[in-house]
Design a protein around this ligand. Sequence first.
Ligand code: ATP
Length: 354
Amino acid sequence: MGTVAVQGLCKSFGKVQALDGVTLDVPDGAFFVVLGPSGAGKTTTLRAIAGLDRLDAGTVHLDGRDATTDAPAARDLAMVFQNYALYPRHTVYENIASPLRARRRPSGEISAAVERMSDLLHIGRLLNRRPAQLSGGEMQRVALARALVRSPRAFLMDEPLTNLDLKLRVEMRTELTRIHRSLGATFVYVTNDQVEALSMADQVAVLKEGKVQQVGTPTEVYERPANQWVAGFVGSPPISLLPCHAEGDRLVGAAGWTLPRPRWAAAQDGRPLLLGLRAEDLSVERRASATLPGELYGLEPLGDRTVVDVRVGAQILKVKSRPTITGTPGEQVLVAVDLDRAHLFDAGTGLSLS
Ligand code: ATP
């Protein structure tokens, strides 16, 4: 079991109210993301769950039991931070094994656990190296393996991918969702990066100024934002918000335009409104001039779109698609290509020929 429930968390630092009545229910085995801008209270929420700060008000329940006054060590939670140092003189193997050694686990169990983690994180070939002989991304993987080698009640992760370059971050997003699925453990993951939140979470809680704005699946938060602030915060490029009002069967824009009034627009005539339009709901032109046959390899839901990986020969093509697209790995698919927009490069020199 690994449920985490917080109720009415309040915490002030002097005049700053970091948490103002935060209530969250994290189901067992969830990948639960707390998303919000800098200063929203995300880290303070995690620290409250871990028992690292005294709360002004509120309760923390772990697996249904009131743990509000439990010492951090008694909560059986693992916290993963942005910066986690490895032991420089130990090998990768010893680094990963150290949390289990500290708990005096039998050596057979330790080697099996290290092997499983190094397989999951693809670092098996690094086990005999020392941290100084690793790249930044490899170090981060080793640090994650060390955190994940234990089986605590839940993992609390505070922006663990922030220090990676974009390419590695994208890779690690996929790795983390895969690891989460394979461990079946509860993750509470804090980030200010909406792409991270939407692509990895089962459930997202959107936090602003210490208050929860909305909790829902990535699709719910994106498709049915609870308020204008959530609509503006989630989605890239940001949603356009056009001032307007209803007038009979029309919506009339402050800029002078009119549109047929949608049936669901139940607002009173004359009341000031904002019409929210997302980029993908507006289109200028759409056409395709050729297709490539391939095999569906994977889906990466990103909220406003799903990136579909399609294997064409030995290559993986990334294809931007509708968020509602579904498919099964192995399925035969066609990729439409707009050749007018394609590029050509010299394979020897790498220079563009188009
Ligand atoms: P970030 O994404 O920048 O890490 P966050 O959402 O995690 O932000 P918190 O670190 O939880 O935000 O901070 C919430 C608010 O509480 C901020 O205004 C912050 O300045 C304040 N705060 C947090 N910790 C302390 C502290 N120890 N002393 C004083 N103020 C604090």
